[in-house]
Design a protein around this ligand. Structure first.
Ligand code: HEC
Ligand code: HEC
Length: 291
């Protein structure tokens, strides 16, 4: 099995290199990875630091937006993936510790990264699901920034992706899925009020939760970006038709399916979603059942 997978990866690599060589020769393609994106003047959101907002900021980050999945439980950055051919995925340190962005990041910088998917230089962030976070309301985003600024500092200097040239080529050629979300975001549209109505809260939770990131645009099945991730199954009423809410909630809280099989927390972030409130989980369930 392992051998076959390696062979598969090897074959893909050879084909990729061949295509890459031709493409680069013929077109000198500008890449989504190296382009800079002009997102205009970014409006800062008010940073909220009262106790309730800090709690809300922590809750949204942990339980819904699952920032911790990629940036580590203490948000100090971590090795999010490691692949023999594609390289290492160290993520940025979001705290005020050494190697962290926390000290220098302004509210507008946070907004730029989360709503537009670009860093301060205008470079598109790789792997960051900013197309989901673009929907964060000003209030939630302000609460999250307040929470990030209050994090205990973590010293971590290993805070940058270390992708191999092959991985970069594959991204440049669009062979690795939509890795740079800034490319397809319309930077002139404000999405933060799209789910303003109370009855749209479930859809908001699903959007910020990024379920479509791995389970497909319509949630009928898809594929996450992380190298080596299994496909995200159909989680609409059709895909989960034999389940009841209690079983769904158990999956989201324990990663164990009704048939006792285990869901890998590295690829399905239930360790984050397990912190959703009962009400949020129920609303996600009800929403999935309308699909
Ligand atoms: C799927 C993984 C993933 C998730 C989930 C994720 N990030 Fe990231 N994030 C990354 C990676 C990888 C980078 C580095 C991208 C690069 O350098 O191209 C990054 C970069 C960033 C940056 C830019 C740092 C800089 O150097 O300017 C910020 C800010 C950030 N993330 C905040 C967050 C927050 C807040 C959340 C939750 C709302 C979050 N991220 C969720 C993977 C993720
Ligand atoms: C980073 C990718 C990712 C995100 C984000 C994600 N999932 Fe998943 N999910 C997966 C993968 C991969 C599996 C299959 C895991 C396995 O087979 O071990 C899965 C499995 C599941 C299952 C079990 C389905 C079955 O038929 O066995 C449910 C239910 C589920 N996810 C719900 C959700 C919901 C709801 C959200 C959003 C709140 C979500 N997922 C977000 C990747 C993801």
């Amino acid at each position: 099995m392992k051998k076959r997978r390696l062979l598969g990866i090897g074959l893909v690599s050879v084909v990729a290199i061949a295509i890459a060589a031709i493409a680069v020769r013929l077109y000198q393609v500008p890449s989504a990875r190296t382009l800079t994106y002009d997102v205009g003047e970014v409006a800062a959101v008010p940073v909220l630091t009262d106790e309730r907002s800090l709690q809300r900021g922590e809750h949204v980050s942990k339980a819904i937006a699952v920032c911790q999945l990629c940036h580590g439980l203490d948000l100090g950055g971590k090795l999010a993936f490691e692949h023999p051919i594609l390289g290492k995925g160290y993520t940025p340190n979001l705290t005020r510790g050494a190697g962290g962005i926390g000290t220098s990041y302004t509210s507008a910088d946070w907004v730029r990264a989360l709503r537009h998917g670009v860093n301060r230089d205008g470079r598109g962030l790789l792997f960051m699901p900013s197309d989901h976070y673009a929907y964060l309301t000003d209030q939630d985003l302000g609460a999250m920034i307040g929470y990030f600024q209050s994090l205990p500092p973590v010293d971590n200097l290993k805070n940058q992706l270390a992708l191999t040239p092959l991985a970069k080529l594959m991204i440049d050629l669009g062979l690795s899925g939509e890795v740079v979300r800034a490319k397809s975001l319309d930077h002139t549209t404000n999405l933060s009020t799209a789910f303003n109505d109370q009855e749209q809260r479930p859809a908001y939770t699903v959007e910020i939760g990024g379920c479509t990131f791995c389970h497909g645009r319509d949630l009928h099945g898809g594929q996450g970006l992380e190298p080596g991730a299994p496909p995200g199954p159909d989680i609409t009423s059709i895909g989960l038709n034999a389940w009841n809410f209690a079983q769904f909630a158990a999956v989201m809280r324990t990663g164990i399916r009704p048939d006792h099989s285990i869901i890998d927390y590295r690829f399905m972030p239930w360790q984050g979603y397990q912190n959703m409130t009962d009400e949020e989980l129920k609303s996600v369930w009800d929403y999935l059942n309308t699909l």
